[in-house]
Structure formats: C-alpha cells, structure tokens
Design a binder for this molecule. Structure first.
Ligand code: SF4
Length: 406
C-alpha cells in the first residue's frame, strides 16, 4: 500500500488579504510547535502500519520560516517512523521573500536567512541528510502575481523582482522541480496584466504551475473590501477569458493541463496532489491538517494551536487521551461523489474499470446515463475507458459534476 504525508507549518509573518488558511503570526512558538509536531508524527505511526510513503508535502502557513535545524528535525522524525520510498517526492512550500538575502546585517539567527545560507552552501538537500537521508526535492513557490501594485493590494510581502530572484536562486541551488502558484481574477487585474504574469512565469523555466481563480473567502480582508464596495470582483467573462489564455499559454510552453488548476511539463505532475485525487491514504500532521484512511474515515485535526500544543507537548507526546481532532465517516454515496469530482478535475478523468470495481455495475450504468447528454454535447469525452471533461468545459465543471452525483 502506498501513502502520502502532509505536514502543516501554521506560521506566517503577516496575513495576506485573500487567505483563510489556518495560520498564526506567533513565530516565536515555532520551536515548541516543531517538538509537538514530531510527537504527533511518532504517535500516529500505527495508522499506516505497512504503507510505503510515496510523497511528503510540507505546507502552510509558511514552511520557509523554519530554520534548517527545525526542518531537519521534522524530516528526521518522519524518516525514523515511516517507510519512505527512496525516490519519494518531498515538497516544501516557500515564500519568495524568505529566499531573499537581507539587504544588510544583522543576520537573523535560525530564521529564513539561515535557510538561504544553507541553500547557498549546497542546495536544499544540504538541509537534511539525517536519519534516512530525506531531502527536499521539490519547491512550491507562492508568487501569486508579478505585478507589484497587485502584490501590495493583496498584502504579499514580496515584489515581482524578489519573486524572479527567488526562482533563480532555487535553480542555482540545484532544485530541478519548481512549481509556482499564481492567482487570476484579482481586483482590478486586466487581461494584459495576467498575460504578463503568464509570460514571466513561463520564461522562468519552472516545471510546474498552479493557477487559481481568486475566491472571496469568508472573514478575509478582500471579502470585507468587496462588501464595502472598495474593490470589485472580476466579471465571469473576464475570468473565463483569463482561464482560456492560461490554457493557451501553457500549451504553447509545452505544459500538460493535467488538473483544472494545475499544469506541468511532462514528468513533473505533482505526485502528492495526485494522491488526493486518486483516493490513496494520507496522514496530515499539525492543527487543521486532514487525514484519510483510504476507506471510509476522514480525520480533521482541530485548527487550534493552543489545544494542539497542550496535547502534543505533554511528556507522553499525545500517546494518551483524546487528540484534538474530529472524524467523519464517509458513506458509499459520499465516496462515489468524491470519485466523480476528483476524477473529473483531472485530465485523465474517471477510470471506468476502477469505478466499476469500487461501486458496481448499477452505479456505473447510472453514471453513464447521466453523462450521456454531456457526451453528445462534447462537454465530456469517453476515451480508453476513461471519462473526462473537454478542456472548454472545465470552467463549467461544477454543473457537470453535480449532474453525475449519486
Ligand atoms: S497566503 Fe500563505 S503566506 Fe499568506 S497568509 Fe495565507 S498561508 Fe500565510
């Protein structure tokens, strides 16, 4: 059995205006947090007794705020407690400003400056190499846009030049698998600005691009500004045009559009994200992280740093008592709907043979009956026993998915 691990680092130096992820600015608590996190990693190893870990993803928050020592401690604990494939994909999310050398001394101890020093001293693998030899081999860089005005508007801490430098620094350290995140449909963003973002991204020689339409989440500054009328949402027409331009530019740059929001050069699809879409078991560590046992149970760690610290910082490190988390039991219809949604998000689509094996003939018949109008209209394509969305239908995927639900 294969499995995936997700490690949440819930610290950010400041909050971005669009973000509703669970994170805190209580950076000085990072060492205590890493100790608690390592206890959770150890305490839950029995949940994956015979699994080989294929991918590890260190996300946040801002993992690039970790010092090399804390990062090494996390990876050593993972490798000491789980069977990790020798060629596992190990991704770390980074913010461009954490890779930027400070303009002048003093150099901060143990913070991002130490991280860049380690990078300059021999690449990200130099940060690890402890128990089991784990090393970061993939970086996901949160750039969002290369437009300085828009970056300021959404409260990112970097500017465009810093983002470009960060990619080049990573390349210079020998990282050969770099992904960047972009957002389109930002307030006031024009098609020309978005094209500039795409041109800049593809000119940088990265291997992977995740591009998301901006969504206005409850409780964020951006949503408040929109509700107050100080900014305006991009129109549906503009968002569609931006998405089409994204698909076109990615194609021209030789990128495969393998999931609604993800594009990669051949051989560089994110193996970790693909695990989520194909239903393999995963463990998520840290407050707010989710886990799935590959069958009927999903677990969500509560997004509460204080409770997490007090539970996993005990001398027994979380071995006793009820962990701060909740469980959800998934019914067969839940699993069916998830398989439809996740399958249709990907270029490969729903594997009809696997679908038959999991859900039986009557469910497969119902799926194909519901798919028939979309197949005849060219919005869905059936090929090689897979059912997938036509590229032009990706923007209306929600409607098609809901027609195929149980
Ligand atoms: S977008 Fe990233 S850096 Fe910004 S607040 Fe959210 S998690 Fe932190």
């Amino acid at each position: 059995m294969t499995a995936a691990l997700y490690i949440h680092i819930p610290f950010c130096r400041s909050r971005c205006a669009y973000c509703d992820f669970f994170s805190t600015t209580r950076e000085p608590e990072m060492p205590a947090y890493v100790q608690a996190l390592c206890h959770e990693v150890e305490a839950r190893r029995s949940e994956l007794p015979h699994a080989r870990v294929r991918t590890i993803y260190i996300g946040g928050g801002t993992p690039s705020l970790l010092s090399p020592t804390l990062l090494r401690r996390i990876l050593d604990t993972v490798y000491a407690n789980y069977e990790v494939d020798a060629n596992a994909e190990v991704t770390m999310e980074m913010n461009p400003d954490d890779l930027d050398p400070p303009p002048a001394p003093p150099v901060r101890e143990g913070g991002s400056c130490a991280l860049i020093s380690s990078l300059q001293a021999g690449g990200l693998p130099s940060l690890t190499g402890g128990v089991g030899g784990g090393s970061i081999n993939r970086v996901s860089l949160g750039i969002q846009t290369f437009d300085d005005d828009l970056l300021r508007l959404i409260h990112r801490r970097h500017d465009s030049a810093t983002a470009v430098r960060a990619v080049k620094q990573l390349q210079a350290t020998g990282i050969r698998n770099i992904s960047i995140d972009l957002i389109y449909g930002l307030p006031g963003q024009t098609l020309a600005q978005w094209e500039h973002d795409l041109d800049t991204a593809f000119a940088l020689g990265v291997q992977h691009l995740s591009a998301y339409a901006l969504s206005y989440e409850e409780g964020t500054l951006l949503t408040r500004w929109r509700d107050e009328g100080s900014i305006r949402e991009a129109s549906d027409e503009l968002s569609v045009e931006m998405f089409q331009r994204l698909c076109q530019r990615a194609r021209e740059a030789g990128f495969e559009h393998y999931e609604i929001s993800n594009f990669a050069l051949p051989g560089y699809q994110s193996r970790h994200n693909s695990s989520y879409w194909t239903g393999i078991p995963y463990l998520g560590f840290g407050p707010g992280a989710h886990s799935y046992d590959g069958q009927h149970t999903r677990r969500a760690n509560l997004p509460n740093l204080n409770e997490y610290l007090s539970f996993y910082s005990s001398p027994r490190g979380g071995h006793e008592g009820a962990a701060p988390c909740s469980y959800e039991q998934l019914s067969d219809p839940d699993l069916h709907d998830e398989a439809v949604m996740c399958g249709l998000r990907t270029r490969e689509g729903i594997d009809l043979q696997q679908f038959l094996a999991r859900f039986g003939q009557s469910r497969l018949d119902a799926l194909l009956t519901n798919a028939a109008p979309h197949l005849s209209a060219g919005r869905l394509i059936r090929a090689a026993d897979h059912l997938h969305l036509a590229e032009h239908a990706l923007m209306v995927s929600d409607d098609i998915m809901s027609d195929l639900m149980a």
